[in-house]
Write a protein that binds this ligand. Structure first.
Ligand code: ADP
Ligand code: MG
Length: 361
């Protein structure tokens, strides 16, 4: 287990906005970044010192990439496990391959949380309409959600189902061969916690953010979140426990449902920076991206003290076209744009951190 000193090269798998903002944070600490992505002209490629454009299954390209960097990490965790193991044979991979294996599959992820003693929605695997019908009875629920086991994001690959619906029709419509079916949680709020775990096992959790979604896509994250202190403590403790159980080095973002009485239910986790942590860029002493780079390189973790209130608003699709207005109207609006050429519906183009209650000179 080695510390990776400034001047070294960090290899990042994935070329999206998370990779871009991670690369910017890496540069602030004197690191170079080599991005590996199948995408041409990716957001991260604009700010990286080296880019490999190749498929996640191209062993030759993966090998050359691994040999050119001092450590490998991920901004996108859905690369085939064989590819991850392939990299790990050559260079330190942080977070570890097992963490990616668990986090990239909804059943493994929920079973892992449950085995760590953290409450999840009731769930079961279904392979056809008949099993879907039976699942309502076995879980004892009247509403639920069918979700793809892998590669789901931004509410994609999900279908809500009520008891008594035409299961055959719904099943055929989803095109799933196998899916996870979860009981619907009547939550009061959604929150997320980002936890960082260093090479020395030190752990630091950012304050929970309160999240709202529109059309399955994160719309806003707010801090402080309006939750009871014990809810915050429970969420941070659960995230800490998961990070330890995974023996993760890096970040783990954990999404929770908050129930009326204040307890938390695990929804999903991602072993990387997370959209719901973008507020930290302008609200904390150390941003999630700074912390990510520190953890992955084996540096001491920074302070996660919050110095401002923040409302993070995603700029999705055509929201992007308002960038000039946003800049002109509010000098406390910190605008972050991802350099994506093409505006597409549902595409994350940037975000704005509306900062308030800050200490001004
Ligand atoms: N079991 C559930 N009960 C109630 N709402 C849910 C449940 N699962 C997902 N949702 C809603 O759908 C959103 C997206 O689901 P999630 O599992 O987080 O998938 P994604 O990977 O697309 O973010 C959640 O943030 C929540 O609003
Ligand atoms: Mg989610």
């Amino acid at each position: 287990m080695t510390m990776i000193p400034p001047g070294s090269t960090i290899g990042i798998i994935g070329g999206g906005q998370l990779g871009r903002m991670s690369a910017l944070a890496a540069a602030e600490l004197g690191y170079k970044v080599h991005i590996y992505t199948p995408e041409i002209d990716s957001p991260a490629s604009h700010v990286a010192s080296k880019v490999t454009v190749a498929s996640y299954t191209d062993e030759k390209a993966l090998k050359a990439f691994a040999r050119s960097v001092d450590v490998v990490t991920f901004e996108f965790e859905n690369i085939p496990v064989e590819g991850i193991k392939f990299l790990a044979d050559i260079v330190p991979v942080r977070p570890n391959p097992r963490t990616l294996y668990i986090a990239q599959h909804r059943k493994r992820e929920k079973e892992f949380a449950a085995s760590a003693g953290i409450q999840t929605a009731p769930f079961t695997i279904v392979k056809n309409a008949k099993e879907l019908e039976a699942a309502f009875r076995s879980l004892g629920v009247v509403r639920g959600i069918l979700k793809t086991l892998e590669m789901g994001y931004d509410g994609k690959g999900q279908r809500r189902v009520n008891q008594g619906d035409d299961y055959a029709d719904i099943w055929a419509d989803t095109g799933f061969e196998e899916a996870i079916f979860e009981g619907f949680i009547e939550f009061e709020k959604e929150i997320s916690v980002i936890v960082a775990r260093g090479l020395d096992g030190n752990v630091s959790t950012f304050p929970p953010a309160e999240n709202t979604h529109v059309n399955g896509i994160l719309d806003t994250s707010k801090v402080p979140s309006r939750i009871a202190e014990r809810t915050s403590v429970a969420a941070r403790a659960a995230a800490h426990k998961l990070a330890d159980a995974l023996d993760i080095v890096g970040l783990l973002a954990v999404e929770f449902f908050v129930l009326k009485e204040g307890s938390v239910v695990f929804n999903e986790m991602a072993p990387r920076p997370h959209n719901s942590g973008h507020w930290t860029m302008d609200g904390c002493v150390t941003s999630q991206f700074d912390q990510f780079i520190r953890a992955v390189c084996g540096l001491p973790l920074g302070s996660v003290r919050r110095h401002s209130d923040v409302v993070m608003k995603n700029l999705i699709g055509h929201d992007y076209n308002n960038w000039q207005d946003i800049l002109a109207k509010d000098p406390h609006a910190k605008v972050h744009l991802y350099g994506k050429r093409e505006v597409r519906e549902g595409r994350k183009m940037g975000h704005v951190n509306y900062v308030s209650n800050l200490t001004l000179d």
